[in-house]
Design a protein around this ligand. Sequence first.
Ligand code: URA
Length: 434
Amino acid sequence: MRMYDLIMKKRGGGALSAEEIDYMISEYTQNRIPDYQMSAMMMAVYFRGMNEEETAALTMAMARSGDMLDLSAVDGIKVDKHSTGGVGDKTSIALAPMAAACGVKIAKMSGRGLGHTGGTIDKLESFKGFTTGITAEHFISQVNNIGISIMGQTLDIAPADKKLYALRDVTATVDNMSLIASSIMSKKLASGADAIVLDVKTGSGAFMKKEEDAFALAREMTALGKSVGKNMTAIVSDMDQPLGLAVGNALEVKEAIETLQGRGPADFTKLCITLGTYMVMAGGKAGSMEEAESMLREVIENGKALNKLAEFVEAQGGDKRAVYDTSLLPQATIVEEIISEKEGYVNHISCDEIGICSLILGGGRETKESEIDLSVGLVLHKKVGDHVKAGESLAAIHANDRAKLEAARERFLAAYTISDTAPAPSELIKGILR
Ligand code: URA
């Protein structure tokens, strides 16, 4: 087999066989196919697409390219959750302890973020001493003992995807449905869970700007998981404005804690309850959706979900006192309000731009080597549909550097569209696929 012939075939619109895809992925992982040939292939795929069989073969080839985590030593049904990501998305930090407090086994692998704010791991490091650099043995025994563990990517999970994703990132070939679906699902399938609940985001802060594309991605990923026997659910949810009110690592952790105390923002709480209901059902812990939902509300009311977060933080070396006293989380030295000059209704918030404000403040990574400032970010006071008076605050900005604060303030004000009339209300949950 020659890579040149495979590129020609795809360039001409042909379908690659499973053997051809296996060959291409295995040789590329072992550095026997150069980046320039793989770049040409990715561009051919970008324009010609891949059919269902090709996408499935690519997913499995990438899943098998490194370690496959064996979770058979964990008793019961293991449930994983994955979000395609967005601004203010701190869902795992509240949802994982909620589901675990209902008896669901949460064995989750998470990554660091490259972009607006950190990923789940970065956010969890707001708890002093917390580590996700644990061994597979620690991970498994922790899930058996307390029902929850989140591990960093210490294993060599889907190395082919790691290499390919880095290449796509610099060759303008990220936003292809088959490539995104196979990239995400290869990592999920190598991580060993029995059931996967996907949160596919759509809107100005998401990969999938258009709702129809988000549904197509959700369909593709659920089909991939089902084809290898996984129990799959995908929720398509709004990312046309930040989720909740907090954007920034420690600020998001604080908001997740407040949500576990029953005083979180309505949209964020609703998303956690919706995703959680499917996780509790997939984990076999409730007989109906109604029962699953009331179990989740109960563990918030009786404090079990908050205590589960504390137990989880402690089991991974973190200072659990911050769960009960959020003043122990990293704090910025400057907190200022961003004042609106206009009166009217918030009609639109350019979600990506709010993420960039957090990045400017130091809350995200521009390159893999960047250090994150966990304390900085924004807490919104006004969201889409809210009325604002001139002189009223739109958000609080948390910073450690005045020049960065001013740059973020300017960008923030430009991201808000304030008009005379209120916009039509928009749904948080756009649809659910099973
Ligand atoms: N996230 C991934 O892991 N892969 C993609 O291709 C896009 C988003």
